[in-house]
Design a protein around this ligand. Structure first.
Ligand code: ATP
Ligand code: MG
Length: 265
């Protein structure tokens, strides 16, 4: 199971939309077995798939070691696509972990996922807009990171700090972690967007994906109907962008997997 983190310290940059559409694409178009993890107390991904609840266990229980991953996973209505839901209990869980220094704090998600890793090809983690204990656990468990970026005046600050967090986690906990790149979301093709895209493209540290996700009202329309934009409006530029992004990501990891194998031989 290859674990992909969708992260950005900034809110509202389309982390959840990216996680949902990548999960949808990998599961339905590429026929991969996908586990989506909602790692945000806002529970947006859980709401989207209609599994938000306080009656059932959630990611908080995994982080507190009170449930095994297999006990928390829910099926979605899509074949090949399961989800670990989140709710506000994650807030409390993060606080408890910080005060519980007896059990390792950062490796809880990683350890919990071992049990289900043979059941899935991909795990996509929809992270909260922070670098708290939940996000840290996700990065420690992960193989890859993609950062969705909405181009505006504050874009670069958040991304640079996120890149620092990723390299810190890589050094301290998880040398496997690969920053695969940034992807532009909400692209409108206006002058500001084009200039921002140029800046990102010309600085190698951002590893800008070729795929761009265009702004379209269809994304909001789709989320009201609880369907991904790829299903609601497959010909929209946002849907085409996510389809391309999924393919670009799969090509990228195929290359890095073959490099790793070569390295071993
Ligand atoms: N390409 C797009 N075009 C138009 N609207 C979009 C697009 N992508 C996302 N949105 C909308 O923007 C809003 C924010 O998106 P989303 O919830 O995915 O961001 P987020 O980064 O996960 O936010 P948060 O930090 O709060 O978790 C949502 O209402 C979503 O429907
Ligand atoms: Mg979100």
């Amino acid at each position: 199971m290859r674990i992909l983190n969708i992260c950005n310290l900034k809110g509202g940059v389309a982390k959840t939309t990216t996680a949902i559409n990548l999960a949808y694409s990998l599961a339905t178009e590429h026929n991969k077995r996908v586990l989506l993890i909602d790692n945000d107390k806002q529970g947006s991904s859980s709401n989207f798939f209609g599994v938000h609840s306080y009656e059932k266990p959630s990611i908080a229980d995994i982080l507190l070691n009170t449930k095994r991953a297999g006990e928390v996973i829910e099926h979605t209505e899509y074949r090949n696509l399961d989800i670990i839901p989140a709710n506000m209990n994650l807030l409390r869980a993060e606080q408890i972990i910080l005060t519980d220094t007896e059990t390792p704090q950062q490796t809880r998600l990683k350890n919990a996922l071992v049990e289900v890793s043979a059941n899935y090809d991909y795990c996509i983690i929809d992270n909260a807009p922070d670098a708290g204990m939940g996000t840290l656990n996700a990065l420690v468990a992960g193989d890859d990171v993609i950062i969705p970026i909405k181009i505006d005046r504050m874009t670069f600050d958040g991304v640079d700090i996120m890149l620092d967090v990723i390299s810190q986690v890589k050094t301290d906990f998880n040398e496997r972690l690969v920053f695969q790149g940034c992807v532009i979301t909400f692209f409108k093709g206006n002058e500001v967007n084009k200039q921002g895209a140029e800046l990102l493209k010309n600085d190698a540290k951002y590893k800008l994906f070729q795929s761009r996700i265009y702004w379209t009202a269809k994304v909001d329309e789709a989320s009201f109907g609880r369907v991904s934009v790829m299903e609601y409006s497959p010909r929209s530029w946002a849907a085409r962008g996510y389809k391309k992004l999924a393919a670009e990501y799969m090509t990228m990891i195929a290359v890095s997997e073959s490099d790793t194998k070569k390295g071993r031989n």
